[in-house]
Design a protein around this ligand. Structure first.
Ligand code: NAP
Length: 515
């Protein structure tokens, strides 16, 4: 019988004690800024001359820390370390590997606000968003450890008289873990530990913008007892070491989360078999989204407006699940739009270190420029209702922005912007709503706000997304409760935080003995 799992609760910052504790953590992390974090290969700290300086996106002058950058030669060294460590790590009992995850979860829980404070500083997350990111990382550790225990004896198969059949799962080998900036703790940690607990060894390449939080996690895993060489930490340029490792003949699998463009590149390059390679690489690729909140005629319109606004602007729209499109029935369109605009005007944009801030900056200059260029496109394609302004003098701040009256095929309705911009589109009837909801290349999340039972049941079948929500927003999946992953060009639908996830890091082995 496997241990009970329930997700890590979110911190209620309205309670003075929690607010004070978080402020103290932020003050502590402020004393830790500017440190340097070397590569970690086979437990050894390696400093390189090339360094990446990580800055606070809310204050460009403030350095969070720096990391050493791996080149191809060091990536090769990390590969050799992981290959060597695999020979012993694969023989560890699943229970013993799981215990390291349980211990890591306990350590992270004790230092929860500290980790969240790094997320505030390095990723620009407001308190609640940072707290949710850390909670999700703890959930991944707890949940995958329990899942591993469930899988440790394999699955049952039948045996005929005079025969004994068994079906077990064995690890794959060395995996490359490539993570995005937007859940720099949860996704980075979740994808890393899923591979580790199942007996693989890994090379972890964090996103360029958020390497310090990853370095803190690597330290934590060492403290939890992870043997040398199992997790090799190699920040480096995606284009340089990313391509090199994806094509490496000893790479057994790649676990990637990020944009569609990079995901497709990895998928294509991983498909080619190189000299010395004796397997087909497995690729887990979780990619972008263009997610829709659909509002029916028969809906609670306040709930609809709130669902649209909070799905669009949580973490400045930088979630793959962000609701960047609102498709609203024509009879309630004006009213929902008005409510959404009114609510948006109440949102505060500013320094995420301040408790009152609802929305912080976007991650970096390139992102700022891209989002601002989409705002210009929006002005051509639709009607600017609120926002539209940016200010990058100190940090990369963009006002929450709503555009109305978009054509269903407009660029704002089709392309992932990954910023605080939502496009409203009017629909004639429910058939039209479903058609628009499914008219992109993506298929990650979606929400239907409706009190029409028949429409809810139809959407359950017809709305083609990996994560579909009714009468709530389309962000905020919880590990173990709403397994997460998308259809179509949103990825390989690996369903992180779900019961089918760990198996992707293993292969089934059948043994059959005749007596
Ligand atoms: P990104 O630009 O695609 O980067 C993701 C990771 O890929 C980074 O570590 C990046 O390294 C690395 N990379 C870049 N080029 C590479 C290459 N040629 N080979 C190997 N790795 C390479 O994405 P992002 O801006 O960090 O994150 C935002 C995107 O992630 C959005 O599209 C969002 O929808 C998606 N996302 C999806 C999910 C999901 O579960 N479906 C969850 C979160 C985010 P560098 O940073 O060093 O370039």
């Amino acid at each position: 019988m496997v241990l009970q799992y329930s997700h890590e609760p979110f911190t209620n910052f309205k309670e003075e004690q929690h607010k004070k504790a978080f402020q103290e953590s932020l003050a502590y992390v402020n004393t830790q800024l500017g440190k340097h974090y070397p590569l970690v290969i086979n437990g050894e700290r390696i400093e390189t001359t090339e360094k990446k300086v990580s800055i606070n996106p809310a204050n460009k002058e403030e350095v969070i820390g720096s990391v050493s950058m791996a080149n191809q030669q060091l990536a090769e060294q990390a590969m050799q370390s992981a290959l060597q460590a695999f020979e012993s790590w694969k023989k560890w009992k699943m229970e013993h590997r799981a215990n390291i995850l349980f211990r890591a979860a306990a350590i992270m829980r004790r230092r929860k606000h500290e980790f969240s404070s790094y997320l505030v500083k390095e990723a620009g997350k407001p308190w609640n968003e940072a707290d949710a990111d850390t909670a999700e990382a703890i959930d991944f550790l707890e949940y995958y450890a329990r899942q591993a225990l469930e899988m440790k004896d394999g699955a049952s198969v039948k045996s005929r008289v005079g025969e004994y059949n068994q079906y077990h799962y064995v690890p794959l080998g060395v995996g490359i873990i490539i993570s995005p900036f937007n859940f720099p703790l949860a996704i980075m940690a979740g994808t890393a530990v899923a591979a580790i607990v199942t007996g693989n060894t890994i090379l972890l390449k964090p996103a360029d913008a958020t390497p310090v939080i990853a370095a803190k996690f690597v330290e934590l895993m060492e403290e939890a007892g992870l043997p040398n060489g199992v997790l090799n930490f190699i920040p480096g340029k995606g284009a340089e070491i990313g391509d090199f490792l994806v094509e490496h003949p000893k790479t057994r699998f790649i676990s990637f989360t990020g944009s569609q463009a990079v995901g497709c590149r990895i998928y294509e390059r991983a498909a080619k078999v190189h000299p010395g390679q004796i397997w087909l690489k497995r690729v887990i690729a979780e990619m972008g989204g263009k997610d829709t909140v659909v509002v029916d005629r028969d809906a609670d319109l306040d709930l609809a407006a709130a669902s649209i606004v909070y799905s669009a602007f949580g973490f400045a729209g930088q979630k793959c699940s962000a609701g960047s499109r609102a498709v609203v029935h024509q009879d309630v369109y004006d009213e929902v739009l008005e409510k959404a605009v009114k609510l948006t005007k109440t949102l505060s944009v500013g320094n995420p270190e301040e408790f009152e801030t609802y929305m912080g900056p976007v991650i970096h200059e390139a992102s700022y420029e891209k989002i601002m260029s989409y705002i210009e496109i929006g002005k051509e394609e639709g009607k600017l209702m609120v926002g539209g302004e940016g200010d990058d003098s100190q940090g990369f701040f963009i006002q929450p922005t709503i555009f109305a009256d978009l054509d269903e095929n407009a660029r704002l309705m089709q392309e992932e912007i990954f910023g605080p911009v939502v496009a409203f589109c009017k629909a004639r009837d429910f058939d039209h709503m479903m058609k628009i909801a499914n008219n992109t290349d993506y298929g990650l999340t979606g929400a239907l706000i409706s009190n029409n039972r028949e429409h809810i049941e139809r959407a359950r079948e017809e709305f083609h997304v990996g994560n579909l929500y009714f009468n709530r927003g389309c962000t905020g999946a919880i590990v173990g409760y709403q397994p997460f992953g998308g259809f179509n060009m949103s990825g390989t639908d690996s369903k992180a935080g779900g019961p089918d996830y760990l198996i992707l890091h293993m292969q089934g082995k059948t043994t059959s003995e005749t007596f």
